[in-house]
Design a protein around this ligand. Structure first.
Ligand code: AKB
Length: 320
């Protein structure tokens, strides 16, 4: 990777991935792009940043050509809950955005990173030790775009030799940018509520178990996958990866080790609960481990400790 384009660079993953790529490959070699003209976040300050709607193929081509990019991390997409409220727009952004990226990659010989998700699975998928290759019949529009995206990326690899690689991310927990309308957002919101108010109203049932990952691991995974020798990859789009698997009740108990007066009540959102109930509880990520050495650094205990420390500082509060 020499010149890297990141779409969706001011989103939850984009902010931290763009920074990690800049640290590693040089600030001038990472071109951050996003839907907003100049977002307030660091990602757009003092570094190459372009406004880009990924549905605008000529604009995307122009940026790739101008900066002579050889790699595209394509993060721009609508998440699961928002996609249910705007299915046509979600299809347009998630699918037309991706095909524009793949076509641009084909003509300019770029490698492509595509983030898939646990959302690419559905109720018929085995929910424990979810295999790498298994039934994928998602019921959410978001999930449908993720499976279609995986297939499209494989198609571009097999038919045109585009070096496409992808990960099925679980719920991602982070403290820089907020997630933008996903089913797993509770696992981020809960920390802000705990530090600010010592109380959280959770929109998922207490026993809803889902795969999760702390953002530093998610960022490392994307970069490692894109750097590995392609001869090692039997799979491409997309690898199961996980770091931890917990329920709201278990996460609450871990937070209470630091904030003993923290309480949670449950006000279930039927839309988000139905989506969560259709997703795996715990994926088997052995293909990622075997093919490119995937290993998470953070488990639930180390993630909770770090999240509480970071958010306490960010909100200028005290942990007692
Ligand atoms: C969402 O909840 O929509 C995302 C995801 C798991 O893909 N965080």
């Amino acid at each position: 990777m020499n010149k890297i384009l990141v779409t969706g660079a001011s989103g939850q993953v984009g902010v931290e991935l763009a920074q990690a790529l800049r640290d590693k490959y040089g600030a001038g070699n990472v071109i951050a792009t996003g839907y907003n003209s100049r977002p307030a976040s660091e990602v757009a300050q003092n570094y190459p940043y372009c406004r880009l709607d990924v549905r605008d193929a000529p604009a995307l081509n122009q940026i790739v050509e101008h900066y002579q990019c050889d790699t595209i991390f394509h993060l721009a997409s609508l998440l699961s809950v928002v996609a249910e409220t705007k299915p046509l727009e979600a299809w347009d952004i998630n699918m037309n955005g991706l095909i524009n990226v793949l076509e641009t990659a084909r003509t300019h010989n770029c490698a492509v990173f595509f983030p898939s998700s646990i959302g690419a699975f559905g109720p018929e998928t085995p929910s424990f030790n979810t295999p790498q290759d298994t039934i994928q019949r998602p019921k959410s529009l978001y999930g449908i775009t993720k499976v279609s995206g995986e297939l499209l990326c494989d198609y571009y690899f097999h038919h045109y030799g585009v070096d496409t690689r992808g990960l099925r991310y679980p719920g991602l927990i982070s403290n820089k940018a907020l997630p933008g309308g996903g089913t797993t957002d509770y696992a981020v919101d809960i920390f802000y509520a705990a530090v600010k108010n010592r109380h959280y109203d959770c929109f998922l049932r207490a026993d809803t178990q889902l795969d999760m990952m702390y953002m530093p691991d998610a960022v490392t995974a994307a970069i490692t996958l894109m750097e590995v020798d392609s001869a090692k990859l039997k799979h491409r789009n997309a690898f199961n990866i996980t770091a931890m698997s917990f329920t709201p009740e278990q996460l609450t108990a871990e937070i209470q080790k630091y904030l003993s007066d923290f309480t949670v009540s449950y006000r279930i959102d039927p839309v988000r609960q139905a989506i969560a109930d259709s997703w795996p509880r715990h994926m088997d990520d052995s293909a990622a481990r075997a093919e490119w050495g995937w290993e998470a650094k953070y488990d639930m205990a180390t993630m909770v400790k770090d999240m509480l420390e970071q958010i306490t500082v960010k909100l200028n509060k005290k942990l007692r």
